[in-house]
Design a protein around this ligand. Structure first.
Ligand code: PLP
Length: 625
């Protein structure tokens, strides 16, 4: 357990059970558990395929309750007089079942939804049915977006349109007049306080969205002349996602809250302060990296409440209702990607190639010498000689001195010496550099049945760290070090960044178990529920994976939904290929070849069968039946 740090990042939802498998407790550590390896087997038995995205709605429920509970407690502890009105930004994961689950679990807390575009507003209007819950409209807006939002007020929806660009305000006022409504308006302020972390560009004077102080003052004047200053109900800012440090959250709130108190003073009808997203989660369990957080959700709530309370009390202003737009916090934990390993590129060599002889090139004799003489006392010198021989091999081959067979011999000898040297160096003090350098060269590549670009795009795009661990055999010492290569033909399609519980810094290889051909080895990538599904793309035409929603009860589990992954035909249709035309083309080619006699009718029939089945099949590698 220590090795993979699961107890640090698992948050009580994931741990290792007595069978050496990962156990999932979606309702928290004391709730019912399901064995992830057994569950995977059960799903495979039903014909559901790896890679599988396994979702646990009970985790969402637990997160919704946790966040609301933290604000409730902070209010009680501080004697705060406003309400908490969390909204879920659907951009984080718009899957219908998931948004429906959030609406369902959030009902008791009047949780609302946030949309950042016109299509997202359409989703939100169809799904949000909680009375009085907020619908927050962010993002760039055209007249149609604004009209739809304003008309939704006439359905009794509590829709607030946030002005992200100054041009939007005039449109809102005009549309409201046209439909004879009092609009509910929000202003997004551009804060100067810089955030921190990977998504820091969301704040600062040059951030893409929001109004400057001057624009806000002008906006207030404009609303006043239109007799609509009372419609300005919400003040919003957002400093970026996954904010690693509580200090950034507090300092931006101090600036944001001043906007709030000033706007109240200027006569706005403010009721809400919307502090945006940013509440981070602990991807690596370290508590101090960009992939982690140095605060708990309770501290987050306490700090927001106490800063607001202090500032508002100072200015004699009623405590605002607090809106948060946390999405990552609510959904990241709920999905796990499970995939199988298909094979290994193992560079370790225990047996040397045939001994070099006098008639072989001198480089081969040099390497033979290193292999024979390396010992504890001369290991540093031998390491330098080995590295030099590697460079020389390449040069001699390029200049036409070494044949391909001779180069192959040198390569083989290099890995034999490296294997011997690592073993030796581990017993000699002060040779960590040698162990690190050679282990990196020798590490295995585990070929894995998934696409990084479809399922973990942030791992590629922003170097985000996700916990990856085997979901079984955890009672057994993992003896290999590996990187994970995905199915795409892209050298970026690899995971080379893993949690290291010893140093706390990410490391380049993952400890894994020996892979044996013919036996299944499954790995899980955890905390993938936020952003990954929707940012994922179709690189090399690998489509959506199969997904299942698993709920637990006291006695077992149920599959609430099975969402089949894309078929090849579906993926091809996104790039304008039509199935029947493709089949027809191949059929015609077979007809011509039958005429020419280069293919038999039976072979042609088999080819068409494979072709059609391929088009209906999964885009990932499938197990032979
Ligand atoms: N609100 C806005 C305006 C955002 O841009 C984002 C995403 O960056 C969020 C909320 C979601 O924030 P988080 O990822 O912290 O949940």
């Amino acid at each position: 357990a220590e090795l993979y740090g699961i107890n640090n990042w698992g948050n009580g939802y994931f741990r290792i059970n007595g069978s050496g498998n990962v156990s999932v407790t979606p309702m928290g550590a004391n709730g019912p558990a399901v064995d992830l390896h057994e569950l995977t087997q059960d799903l495979l038995d039903r014909g559901i395929r790896v890679p599988i995205m396994i979702r646990f709605p009970d985790i969402i429920k637990s997160r919704v309750e946790l966040l609301n509970g933290c604000f409730k407690k902070a209010f009680a502890d501080h004697g705060y007089k406003g309400n908490y009105n969390g909204v879920y930004p659907i951009k984080v994961n718009q899957q219908r079942h998931l948004v429906q689950e959030i609406v369902k679990y959030g009902k008791d807390f009047q949780m609302g939804l946030e949309c950042g575009s016109k299509p997202e507003l359409l989703v939100v209007l169809a799904l949000m049915n909680t009375e009085n819950a907020l619908i927050i409209c962010n993002g760039f807006k055209d007249a149609e977006y604004i009209e739809t939002a304003i008309l939704s007020q006439k359905l009794g929806r509590n829709t607030i349109i946030v002005v992200d660009r100054k041009e939007e305000l005039k449109m809102i006022v005009e549309v409201a007049k046209k439909f004879n409504t009092r609009p509910k308006i929000g202003f997004r302020a551009k804060l100067n306080t810089q955030g921190a972390g990977k998504w820091v560009d969301s704040s600062g004077a040059r951030s893409k969205f929001g109004l400057t102080a001057t624009e806000i003052v002008d906006g207030v004047e404009y609303l006043k002349t239109e007799g609509m200053l009372d419609c300005l109900e919400l003040m919003h800012y957002h400093i970026g996602s996954q904010v690693p440090a509580i200090q950034s959250i507090k300092s931006s709130l101090k600036e944001g809250a001043r906007f709030y108190t000033e706007l109240v003073k200027m006569g706005a009808g403010l009721k809400y302060i919307d502090v945006g997203g940013g509440l981070g989660i602990d991807y690596d369990g370290s508590g101090h990296s960009d992939s982690s957080v140095n605060y708990s959700e309770q501290e987050y709530a306490n700090d927001i409440v106490s800063v607001l309370q202090t500032l508002c009390d100072e200015k004699g202003i009623p405590h605002p209702n607090i809106v948060t737009e946390s999405g990552r916090f609510l959904v990241a934990h709920h999905s796990v990607l499970v995939f199988n390993v298909m094979g290994v590129n193992d560079l370790h060599r225990q047996e040397p190639p045939r001994p070099a002889t006098k008639s072989d090139p001198s480089i081969m004799n040099d390497m033979q010498y290193i292999f024979e003489k390396v010992n504890k006392d001369n290991i540093n010198e031998c390491f330098n000689d080995l590295e030099q021989s590697k460079q020389e091999t390449l040069q001699l081959f390029t200049y036409g001195v070494l044949s391909l067979e001779q180069r192959a011999w040198c390569e083989s000898m290099y890995f034999t010496i490296a294997t011997k040297m690592v073993k030796l160096a581990k017993t000699v003090p002060d040779t960590e550099d040698i162990v690190t350098a050679l282990s990196k060269e020798l590490c295995d590549t585990y070929y894995s049945n998934f696409s990084l670009f479809q399922s973990l795009p942030d791992s590629w795009a922003v170097g985000q760290l996700f916990p990856v661990i085997p979901i079984h055999r955890l009672g057994e010492e993992p003896v290999r070090e590996a990187t994970l290569a995905d199915l795409t033909c892209d050298s970026d399609g690899v995971i080379e960044k893993f949690i290291d519980t010893e140093s706390g810094e990410p490391k380049e290889t993952l400890r894994v178990h020996q892979f044996t051909e013919g036996q299944q080895y499954y790995l899980g990538v955890f905390l993938t529920g936020a952003y990954q599904e929707i940012l994922g793309d179709l690189h090399n035409l690998f489509g959506d994976t199969d997904a299942v929603h698993i709920s637990l009860n006291g006695i077992g589990y149920t599959i609430d939904h099975y969402v089949p992954g894309d078929t090849v035909t579906e993926v091809l249709s996104y790039v304008q290929y039509g199935r029947s035309e493709m089949v027809d083309n191949v059929r015609q080619a077979t007809e011509e070849s039958i005429q020419k006699g280069t293919i038999t009718k039976q072979e042609a029939k088999l080819l068409i069968k494979h072709y059609e089945e391929g088009l209906s099949g999964y885009t990932y590698l499938e197990e032979a039946e």
